[in-house]
Design a protein around this ligand. Sequence first.
Ligand code: UD1
Length: 370
Amino acid sequence: MKILSVVGARPNFMKIAPIVRAIRAHKGIQHILVHTGQHYDHAMSGSFFKDLGIPKPNINLGIGSGSHAKQTAEIMMAFEHVLMKVKPDVVLVVGDVNSTMACSLVATKLRIAVVHVEAGLRSYDRNMPEEINRLVTDSIADLLFTTSEDADKNLIKEGLPKDRIYFVGNVMIDTLMNNLVAAQRLNILSKFALKKKAFALVTLHRPSNVDSKESLSKIMNAFKVIQNKIPIVFPVHPRTKKNLEKFLSKNELMKMKQMVFIEPLGYLDFLALMNEAKFVITDSGGIQEETTVLGIPCLTVRENTERPITITEGTNTLVGLNTDKIIKESLKILKGQGKKGRRPKFWDGKASTRIIKTLVALHKQGRLLR
Ligand code: UD1
């Protein structure tokens, strides 16, 4: 079997790493890795290949940034050439970024089977570009691998046939479990002069939070208060950096004495910091899942989440774009009233093995032929 898998943006890399590993454990699979180049900085891409031991992509499309239409269209045009040359049996895509949707569309039109890992997640918020990417990808994929049973229900509600859906667990957690020990060895606290469980960790990058002055100020106003109580470490995404510089004065930022702005971190450094943090404030999808497994309270700066299991079973709380709520929930955690959760089913480090086992079995039965 010839599998071509696709990565494009930062959250894809931790999802593909354990899948590549599981593929390599099978002699009968030929694997081709394609990077669309959606993310291209070392801090957003290269460092993850190094940290996670992902092999150098066989092909890099080098597409880079652009408007949604431009980025998606350029990926599609370049990827079509690749597929016509490589002719894989299966195109495997992960997550919900523009690269995921673009490559699924191209493959399905060339009648190549599409496999979507992390299918069925729904925020039911079509203002999020990722929600559109999820809806399109799932509607055309031949096989849908899900991280939780709520995702299966979403897909069935949308009329997708049950025999295409496989609940296999969370590949992001495979990566976390494969790397936690190495991360713990990094001595990260001394690197940033921090004390165990005595700092908060922040990430922000959603356009709805960082692209307008009003939204970004609402969040930064909460941080102004919280950093008086506990240092806040903030690795800043390139999109957020541009907007912080545009919307807020240097003077204003400098006044926040316990706010530590740093460059985006590599996977191991970030995992190490997250594991030692008192709590996390984020708008990322993956971090909601990782904090649930690490048992660290997570405040999510969004009105909804496509990962509801992190709320019902995990440590996640939605705080919305609400300055008072961000402060109130942070203070609650500082008083020792943070949420304690449990680990969802199949978030056990074996999701990738289940995926590859299923793919091999279905291929043998001829069910991946189009
Ligand atoms: C993308 C994904 C989002 C994911 C996020 C993780 C989509 C629709 N969005 O959003 O789901 O959570 O990645 O980061 O696919 N930039 C750089 N260097 C880079 C990459 C980007 O400077 O290596 C800058 C560019 O100026 C670019 C901006 O960041 O315009 C945004 O990048 P883009 O790929 O459009 O989307 P993200 O906001 O990163």
